[in-house]
Design a protein around this ligand. Structure first.
Ligand code: ADP
Ligand code: MG
Length: 767
């Protein structure tokens, strides 16, 4: 898709002390008007005045903010660049009219930052907002002086002179494109990186100036931002180039015709602007139907901007001017030039490309998947064993499959080894079921042939398994309770209660033995049951109660008083540096429980140390950041001093004929400047390193906090279970005590009562 677009030209007037009243700006109409009396010296006899009116896409008076300039002129060009359209913004005007102020401004102070730093803020803001878009930013900074290109992004540059900077040369490729050989392309991952590159470029721009070749007036600077944007899932990426150009001073160009070129060349005046004007004239004539060659190749400047002028690019020009009376003639020339630029039409297309690297990655992934599929079909596996987590996954899948209510449920595995593991798990379960079925004749195994539906078989098997587990659990519970009674009654009375095997399998023994201690029957009081239910329903959800062996009491809980063999409990104990003595109330208050847990948590100290170290590093980063900002100011001040010293020399007429020779004072300043630049660079690198460390440590701390929270959840869950079991058991115990105190009734009803009480206890536990 391509569309024709005229270059939009805007006019910005800089604030001055004595603005001329012969100049007027009409913001609503976008016009600038000059009223110039005809020069009587040239023989005109009348005093007729001449009016010059120029139209613009927008005009900006002296009080326009930098923000407004960016929003109205640059923002949509930058947005288009993110969408894949090339963009160029260039500032044109006489020296001192505000080109550099508009393009660069003062990047250190946000309010006076110009288009270049604002472009960078905008791109990174966009990237932060649109997480769905990956934006890679690459930056180059080129200076063109006297027809030659220089790379401004050399970090360790000790250059005194523009010519010490690495040279950049334009090379034409076979398909007619231009490559700039020797120009650094620096990736800028963060906004800070990008701004730092701008800063380095700006400093090199200053240092390379000499009073003789006052580069800021006669050189062009092009800040190039290359954007590669793509969606994470897409093969297609857009690549676009944004050129932000601060042209050299336009003075005299407008006044002299083409004939004056050679003369200007001889006097060392920059020719590039002339070629730019020539190219623009040719493009205009082409737009009017003339078949004309466009002399892009005549200068490096026009070669670099080839795409921006009459090419595939959204281009904007800011004409800058001053309305001081003596500047008006130059300002009229600027407006005339602007009018010619506005006639140029560009064909703008989106630069979409299929990224071969992304395609290769995608194909590699597909290839791997297909290989795995093929291996599975062939019965091979690309691995020879499964990891333990994969075995667990298989178990989970088999469980889900067996427990699924859906008759159409399928067991999906994508790997031969995993499929084998699932079969193995199924076989294992079936064997276990069969074994248990044989040793327990009481449970009637359904005849497989009698049940056709596999789901039903599975449900029955599950039920059998559940019941068996329940029996074991109950046996164990009874065992505890009997032990408790044994404790309460003294050792002699209980010798007869030692059981030989699972109680459920020995009904006679149970009845015979219990008869010696169990006394009259009394049902638990309703109030007591209600109280227990209430306690248990108030607590955080307790899942199906895990049986825990050990002595149980209703005293405040102490980690040490519980002698549990439960593996999980041991593991939980392992994470504590010392036992936690916690009361029931503290346990029920999550905050105080967490606080106590944290105090005893083994890894808490390491966590605390990490936090401490992180805080120190953050503090150092902050200080270093402040230092770097200060350092920037120091460098800027030195830059001003160097400029000042040069101006003074010029005024005093002390300029040496050799441009490489500098005064002693300037020499000192430059040495100091380079020293401070080194310090800045070292500090910046250190800050980057520190920031990476802070990020790594923050992640580590976050993980360690999450782990502690998980451990705490496990611990409190266990403690609450233990507490509830203890309370429930105490209640059953007191029932027993009551029974045994009341004395001699029918054994069967006593056992019945025991089971009833125990059932109540169980129900409470399972809530
Ligand atoms: P140029 O690059 O066109 O030679 P500069 O941008 O260096 O001119 O501007 C010359 C001086 O005028 C600088 O000190 C700059 O800060 C100041 N200046 C230019 N335009 C503005 C503006 N719109 N508002 C405030 N100061 C300005
Ligand atoms: Mg300038």
């Amino acid at each position: 898709m391509s569309k024709s677009s005229v270059i939009d030209v805007f006019l910005r007037v800089r604030p001055t002390k004595n603005p001329s009243n012969l100049f007027k700006l009409n913001k609503d109409e976008g016009t600038a008007e000059f009223i110039i009396p005809k020069n009587p010296d040239q023989g005109y006899i009348n005093n007729q005045i001449e009016k010059h009116t120029f139209n613009f896409a927008g005009v900006f008076p002296t009080d326009t903010t930098q923000e407004e300039i960016f929003d109205k002129i640059a923002k949509d060009v930058v947005d288009s660049a993110i969408e894949g359209y090339n963009g160029t913004i260039f500032a044109y005007g006489q020296t001192g009219s505000g080109k550099t102020y508009s393009m660069t401004g003062n990047p250190e102070a946000r309010s006076s930052a110009g288009i270049i730093p604002r472009t960078l803020y905008h791109i990174y803001d966009y990237a932060r907002r649109e997480q769905e878009l990956i934006i890679d930013v690459t930056i180059s900074y080129l200076e063109i002086y006297g027809g030659s290109g220089y790379d401004l992004l050399v970090a360790d540059n000790r250059s005194r002179n523009l010519h010490d900077l690495p040279k950049v040369q334009a090379m034409a490729t076979a398909n007619g494109q231009t490559i700039l050989q020797g120009l650094s392309l620096k990736k800028a991952q963060t906004e800070e990186d990008a701004l730092n590159l701008l800063f380095i470029g700006e400093q090199n721009r200053v240092i390379a100036e000499t009073p003789k070749n006052d580069a800021s007036t006669r050189s062009h600077c092009i800040f190039i931002v290359i954007l590669e944007c793509r969606k994470p899932t897409s093969d297609v990426k857009t690549v676009s180039k944004l050129c932000l150009v601060d042209l050299s001073g336009s003075e005299r160009i407008g006044k002299t015709g083409v004939e004056g070129i050679l003369q200007r060349e001889a006097t060392g005046i920059n020719l590039s602007l002339h070629f730019l004007e020539l190219v623009i004239d040719c493009l205009n004539r082409q737009a009017n139907g003339e078949n004309i060659h466009i002399p892009y190749r005549d200068s490096l400047m026009t070669l670099v901007l080839k795409d921006s002028l009459g090419g595939n690019c959204k281009t904007r020009m800011i004409a800058t001017m001053s309305s001081e009376p003596e500047d008006l003639p130059e300002s009229i020339c600027t407006c005339r030039f602007a009018g010619r630029v506005a006639n140029i039409k560009n064909k703008v297309t989106r630069n979409e490309a299929v990224d071969p690297f992304i395609i290769i990655e995608k194909l590699k992934r597909e290839n791997q998947q297909l290989k795995a599929e093929l291996a599975m079909i062939k019965g091979q596996s690309i691995k020879d064993h499964l990891e333990s987590y994969e075995i667990d996954e298989c178990k989970k899948k088999v469980d889900e499959f067996l427990n699924s209510e859906d008759p159409a449920a399928v067991l999906v595995v994508n790997d031969y080894l995993k499929m084998n593991e699932c079969f193995f798990q199924l076989k294992h379960m079936l064997r276990n079921l069969n074994k248990k079925g044989q040793s327990q004749p009481v449970v009637q195994q359904p005849q497989p042939q009698a049940i056709n539906n596999t789901v039903e078989v599975q449900q029955l098997n599950d039920e059998v398994l559940r019941l068996k587990q329940l029996i074991i659990q109950r046996d164990n519970e009874i065992m505890i309770l009997l032990n408790l009674i044994q404790k309460g009654k003294g050792s002699n009375a209980n010798q007869s209660l030692v059981l030989q095997g699972p109680i459920s399998e020995q009904p006679e023994i149970q009845q015979a033995n219990t008869s010696s201690i169990l006394q009259p029957i009394e049902f638990p009081k309703q109030a007591e049951i209600d109280r227990q239910s209430q306690i248990l329903t108030e607590k955080p959800a307790v899942k199906k109660q895990n049986f825990m062996q050990g002595s149980l009491d209703s005293e405040p809980m102490s980690q040490t008083t519980k002698t549990t063999t439960n593996a999980q409990f041991k593991e939980l104990n392992g994470m504590l540096a010392e036992p936690i003595n916690i009361t029931n109330d503290q346990l029920l208050d999550r905050n105080s429980a967490l606080e106590m847990f944290r105090k005893s948590y083994r890894k808490a100290q390491a966590q605390e140390d990490l936090k401490q170290e992180l805080q120190e590093k953050m503090m150092t980063s902050k200080e270093l950041g402040l230092f770097i900002n200060n350092q920037r100011n120091v460098i800027s001040q030195l830059k001003d001093k160097i400029e000042q010293s040069r101006k003074e020399q010029v005024l005093l007429g002390l300029v040496n004929s050799d441009p490489n020779q500098v005064s002693t004072e300037e020499e000192k300043l430059i040495t100091e400047y380079n020293k401070q630049k080194d310090i800045y660079k070292q500090s910046f690198d250190k800050l980057k390193q520190l920031k990476a460390e802070v990020e790594r440590m923050s992640t580590q701390l976050k993980h360690s906090r999450e782990k502690m929270q998980q451990d705490f959840e496990k611990w409190i869950d266990m403690m609450l279970k233990q507490r509830n079991l203890s309370m429930a058991a105490t209640s059953v115990l007191s029932d027993f005590k009551n029974l045994s105190q009341k004395g001699g009734e029918d054994v069967n009803s006593m056992v019945q009562q025991f089971y009833k009480n125990k059932e109540i206890c169980n129900q409470l536990l399972q809530k």
